[in-house]
Design a binder for this molecule. Sequence first.
Ligand code: IMP
Ligand code: MG
Length: 177
Amino acid sequence: MADKISVMITEEDVNAKIKELGEQISRDYEGRHLHLICILKGGVFFTCELAKRITVPVSLDFMQVSSYGNATSSSGIVRIMKDLDESLEGEDVLIVEDIIDSGKTLHYLIPVLMQRNPRSLKLCALLNKPDRREADVTIDYLGFDIPDEFVVGYGLDYAQKYRNLPFIGVVEASGDE
Ligand code: IMP
Ligand code: MG
């Protein structure tokens, strides 16, 4: 049986927010070139939709990280599973991530990327769970603050499922498989 998923943020609201973020980013980076770093896999849907709403020239690169820990809490020790293809030297870089939860992943990653001498480095996240924060992270562009609930959709998974949902949902109950 399928899991029951309730809608937390509708497709319309997510898309409207991404359009807004795209407009804000386009204004802020006017006259510049923006290098987007998509954090795989969760950031991929958000990155694509956001990139389409940005009007300044954009390039894309991808990075996959994994933090040691169990399903619900990250240890803060982050391993780079797939590194960027291109240099960040002199680039205006914007990291695009699905969600900031404990903050440990980005708290680790931002200084690592700063060492690669970008011209600027900012963070854009679709979702933020402020109640869960354990490590300091500045989110420069944010979609939504959400309560401490496990969400899926728009790139976010539950055991690798539901990334393709066009809305943000909460897995209510798991049926017998
Ligand atoms: P952090 O290091 O705790 O901020 O970890 C953030 C990562 O944990 C995100 O990139 C997600 O991959 C994952 N994550 C955190 N909360 C959720 C959630 O509610 N649903 C799905 N994945 C989540
Ligand atoms: Mg992630």
